[in-house]
Design a protein around this ligand. Structure first.
Ligand code: GLN
Length: 222
């Protein structure tokens, strides 16, 4: 076993907490109905958050922010209804709950979804129209580096049967676009208030800066 350095184990416990400071470890839920839950939990842990799995309304009520993972948006939509989470989650988003969705999570956070099932539900966390599986068969999974608002160097972006954003409303910030190729210019990351969505999967690359931005946003919102 190795230790990380001379201060290991002493840093947190010896730091005095003053009453007005923002707590250091926000509790961030990961919607754990389907998808790459584990990867988001690991990323959040590394970023100094306290990740918890969310499958019930009581668990949702206890979080400072929520991650909606990549996976299959139509399956997650069905499970949100089966677990009686759809309306409680809509309500928390209306009340300003910070949220981050990757890929299927982006689809769920949209206000309008193209190329989905007629009965699929979404959460309207961001005023945007998202097209599922938008990149088509030829390039349905690929990786690229892209500029991301708020990060000083490009982020490695992994796209897996990803959506893109076809329309954003007023008050939505575009954070990233496809840099080149047939889909050049397509919006692949957006933010409205405390809700962030990416077409790609920052949770699988080891580059945790998008999660860091989200954890900071949750801390600021508390
Ligand atoms: N194609 C999936 C969907 O429609 C999303 C894929 C993903 O999350 N990697 O939900």
């Amino acid at each position: 076993m190795s230790v990380s350095g001379p201060t290991s184990g002493t840093l947190v416990s010896s730091t005095p907490v003053n009453a007005t400071s923002t707590p250091a470890r926000p509790t961030i839920g990961v919607l754990a109905l389907q998808g790459d839950v584990r990867e988001h939990v690991a990323a959040l842990e590394h970023c100094g958050a306290e990740p918890v799995l969310v499958r019930r309304e009581s668990e949702l009520a206890a979080v400072d922010g929520l991650v909606l993972p990549g996976g299959e948006s139509t399956a997650i939509s069905k499970l949100l209804q089966a677990f009686d989470l759809l309306e409680p989650l809509r309500a928390r988003l209306r009340d300003g709950l910070p949220a981050f969705g990757s890929c299927a999570g982006m689809i769920l956070l949209a206000s309008e979804v193209l190329d989905t099932r007629a009965d699929a539900q979404h959460l309207s966390g961001i005023d945007m129209t998202v097209r599922r599986n938008a990149f088509g068969r030829q390039v349905d999974s690929f990786e690229t580096d892209l500029d991301f608002t708020g990060l000083d160097t490009p982020v490695r972006a992994v796209f897996i049967r990803a959506p893109w954003v076809e329309r954003v409303g007023d008050g939505v910030d575009v954070l990233a676009r496809v840099p080149h190729g047939p889909a050049q210019g397509r919006i692949v990351a957006a933010r409205q208030g405390n809700v962030v969505a990416t077409s790609f999967h920052p949770e699988v690359t080891g580059d945790l800066r998008v999660h860091e931005l989200f954890v900071d946003l949750v801390r600021a919102a508390r």
